[in-house]
Design a binder for this molecule. Structure first.
Ligand code: PMP
Length: 443
């Protein structure tokens, strides 16, 4: 059932044999012994030719330079940056790559405190806590926030880190139809009588979890409607902004800024630093009391090594650039560029007759292939022409909703995009991706 598979699992970056490898592993599992010819790795190694991340992806199975349309490098910070890189290098020299300590055992430097303050200010919340990994932020926080007697109501296409965190919490879980506020309303109505005070309900606590931009759909969350429903049923909102923070909104502050939502209406704001900020780690932002509670109780804060100092510096510096605090207007230019690039690329793909999911302003653009058999051919033919795209199929998507997922960056030039459009157009014709074909979605 799709419920069992919710959350995205595998993505193959131009790797046609990914599914064959997966099958080998399954067969090995079944027979409980290794198969002599089973491939030893799931993914090919990706290397950079130079520091220009968008144009220099190299796969060891295909040793040519490729245009990278697969990474979440939304603002182009995942490359050498005149402001961020020297600061990250200086921090590396000062602190080394790791604190080798947890936050409470000597792993909190002034930089960690500065990062938390900087993130809280940027996302518009009183306080924040940071972790060394985005995935762990969701999977470790949810079991601290929720437990037996609580109810988690989760969008059906939420990320695997949310699914794992929800399952690990011991709370009851309900799934509502992807980005469908009316169904969320129905689910909550079934679970509680409308308007009852929190203390008289069958659940100790209810939390509704959504994402700002859905990474495989390219869709913006219907946040204002979802918040209204949460208020109606007195449920807490948890917003994962992994793909939207830094990428959308006038000053890069994510979907709240883009959709005119007051951040005070979102109880728990989560995000990662691995996309727009070109770094690593994740954060939770919320009230001072919430963050204080997490700092005292969350095992990933107490027992895991703190975020790497150069990574922390990269985030602080990237936020300064975004806000223009580096003394330049590069941040504003990047934000204008990601929006312009995303809207240009999406509308060109649509004009070419592709079925593209998602909303305007979103840098994530899934092109529907439907038939999973088209995945290897699409990615292989694009790679042959030096364009690397991510293709996604079952179980990351429903069986007949396979897709290629394009991520656009502020550092893609108009020339890069025209080249990519030309290649995708030709490969689309070759592979037979035509919206006039039987649309399996409507079956
Ligand atoms: N949340 C969402 C919505 C994601 O898409 C991802 C990964 N892309 C994560 C959390 C995990 O973040 P990270 O890759 O930074 O660990």
């Amino acid at each position: 059932s799709s419920n069992n598979l919710q959350g995205y699992a595998p993505i193959c970056l131009g790797l046609e044999d990914f599914y064959i490898r997966r099958l080998y592993l399954r067969i090995q599992d079944c027979f409980n012994r290794p198969i002599a010819s089973a491939p030893d790795a799931w993914f090919d190694v990706v290397e950079r030719y130079s520091n220009d991340y968008n144009k220099t992806l190299k796969l060891t199975s295909n040793t040519s330079r490729c245009l990278n349309l697969g990474s979440y490098n939304y603002l182009g910070f995942a490359a050498s940056d005149e402001y961020c890189t020297p600061r990250a290098i200086q921090t590396l020299k000062k602190y080394s790559p790791s604190t080798c300590s947890s936050r409470v055992d000597g792993g909190t430097t002034l930089l960690h405190n500065e990062l938390e303050e900087c993130v809280a200010n940027f996302v518009g919340k009183p306080a924040a806590i940071v972790f060394g990994m985005g995935y762990v932020t969701n999977s470790a926080i949810l079991p601290v926030l929720m437990g037996k007697g609580g109810l988690i109501v989760s969008d059906s296409l939420n990320h695997n880190s949310i699914v794992n965190g929800a399952r690990g919490s011991g709370a009851s879980i309900c799934v509502f139809q992807h980005n469908t506020p009316s169904h969320l309303d129905e689910v909550l109505r079934e679970q509680i009588a409308e308007g009852q005070p929190r203390t008289r309900r069958p659940w100790k606590k209810i939390i509704v979890i959504v994402e700002g931009i859905y990474s495989m759909e390219g869709e913006l969350c219907k946040l204002p409607e979802i918040i209204a429903i949460c208020k109606k049923y007195k449920a807490y909102t948890y917003l994962d902004e992994a793909h939207s923070i830094g990428a959308v909104g006038k000053s890069g502050r994510g979907v709240c800024e883009l959709l005119g939502v007051d951040t005070a209406d979102v109880d728990i704001m989560m995000g990662t630093f691995t996309k727009s900020f070109g770094s690593c780690g994740g954060y939770i932002a919320g009230s001072k009391e919430l963050i204080q509670y997490l700092k005292y109780t969350c095992p990933a804060h107490l027992y895991a090594t703190s975020i790497s100092p150069p990574a922390a510096e990269q985030i602080i510096s990237a936020i300064k650039v975004i806000l223009g605090e580096d003394g330049s207007n590069r941040g504003a230019q990047k934000l204008a560029r990601i929006r312009e690039n995303s809207n240009f690329f999406r509308s060109e793909l649509q004009k070419m007759g592709f079925e593209v999911l998602g909303d305007n302003d979103s840098p994530v653009m899934p092109i529907m292939l439907y038939n999973p058999a088209k995945i290897p051919a699409f990615s292989r033919e694009c790679l042959k022409q030096n364009v690397a795209v991510v293709t996604v199929a079952f179980p990351a998507t429903p069986l007949l909703l396979a897709r290629a997922r394009i991520c656009i960056s502020a550092s893609h030039t108009r020339e890069d995009m025209l080249k990519a459009l030309d290649v995708i157009g030709r490969v689309g014709d070759l592979v037979g991706i035509n919206t006039s074909l039987l649309n399996l979605r409507s079956c």
